[in-house]
Design a protein around this ligand. Structure first.
Ligand SMILES: Nc1ncnc2c1ncn2[C@@H]1O[C@H](COP(=O)(O)OP(=O)(O)OP(=O)(O)O)[C@@H](O)[C@H]1O
Ligand SMILES: [Mg+2]
Length: 277
């Protein structure tokens, strides 16, 4: 498909409109704002005019072809990558103007990231893995750390595995321990990067259920990057489709599934003819 046809096929959803929109306010909606964000790695332009708003308390699924920039989008928010232009806001604060590690650290206490691999420390026990962000980011006594570790392992359906090492766990269990570690800090926002990739259907369902129960328990906002449509349709309040260096469309699941935009519809349906080679 040529670039022109791609442009015509996508109905771009106007979201915030350049960098001169209203200034996001603390305590109000939207909680997270990407505004006209640009990001390139050398000649590889990943984003050129990324606009997206995430509402308080919603679960937003981010979909799009491999390599399009979904993981980069999460890393730009948490400061793991720096943007080239535009702005990113979190709860009324312009994150992209942060200069010190202390400012990013304060934000990361509120925003947890669940990485694609479970990324556990192999030499540490499950207990120490889950306790890790609590020790790093908070000054808590050991009884409060123990309470939180036990609570979070119970939430992910793994009570009693505290003394095991990651090598003793299955892939699905590791993902759940990774999740317990990310939520140990009771975050306001959870960013998930491919939480169900590589899992069997039963474990995918289990993680889908966990995502739903966590957003209810923590009353948190969730942004979930995923290729797994069963996850999208089980958990999403809205879906954002990344394509052609921006958010090409955003909307509620049913509207996206039946979109007039053939690329969105084709991607969701897994139609191999939509994107060609
Ligand atoms: N640290 C980096 N240095 C250089 N290029 C990078 C870096 N991180 C990402 N990229 C490039 O940015 C583009 C987007 O990568 P990203 O990992 O965000 O894709 P993705 O949509 O998450 O893909 P997937 O669905 O396969 O996980 C790719 O071309 C990738 O090679
Ligand atoms: Mg990725």
């Amino acid at each position: 498909m040529s670039a022109t046809t791609v442009d015509q096929a996508i109905e771009r959803t106007a979201i915030s409109g350049g960098t001169d929109g209203p200034v996001p306010q603390k305590g109000k909606d939207p909680l997270i704002v990407y505004r006209n964000v640009g990001k390139a790695f050398g000649k590889n332009v990943v984003y050129d005019g990324l606009d997206l708003e995430v509402r308080r308390g919603e679960t937003l699924c981010v979909i799009g072809p491999s390599g399009v920039g979904k993981s980069v989008m999460l890393k730009l928010l948490t400061g793991l990558l720096a943007l080239d232009s535009g702005e990113i806001w979190f709860d009324g604060d312009c994150v992209s103007e942060y200069h010190s590690d202390a400012e990013y650290l304060a934000m990361r206490r509120r925003v947890a990231m669940v990485f694609q691999g479970a990324a556990l420390f192999d030499s540490l026990t499950v207990y120490e893995n889950v306790a890790y962000p609590l020790r790093e980011q908070f000054d808590l006594d050991e009884s409060e750390i123990a309470r939180r570790v036990t609570e979070k392992l119970a939430w992910v359906g793994l009570p009693g595995v505290e003394q095991k090492k990651p090598a003793e766990l299955s892939g699905g269990m590791k993902k759940r321990v990774g999740l317990a570690r990310s939520i140990a800090t009771d975050p306001e926002v959870i960013l998930y990067d491919e939480p169900t990739t590589g899992l069997d259907p039963v474990n995918i369902q289990r993680i889908n259920g966990l995502i739903l129960s966590l957003s209810e328990r923590l009353k948190c906002t969730s942004v979930i990057v995923t290729h797994e449509m069963s996850t999208v349709f089980a958990v999403a309040d809205r879906i954002a489709f990344v394509y052609d260096k921006k958010i090409a469309a955003v909307g509620e699941p049913e509207a996206m599934r039946t979109s007039r935009n053939s690329l969105v519809r084709g991607f969701i349906a897994g139609d191999p003819d939509t994107f060609g080679d």
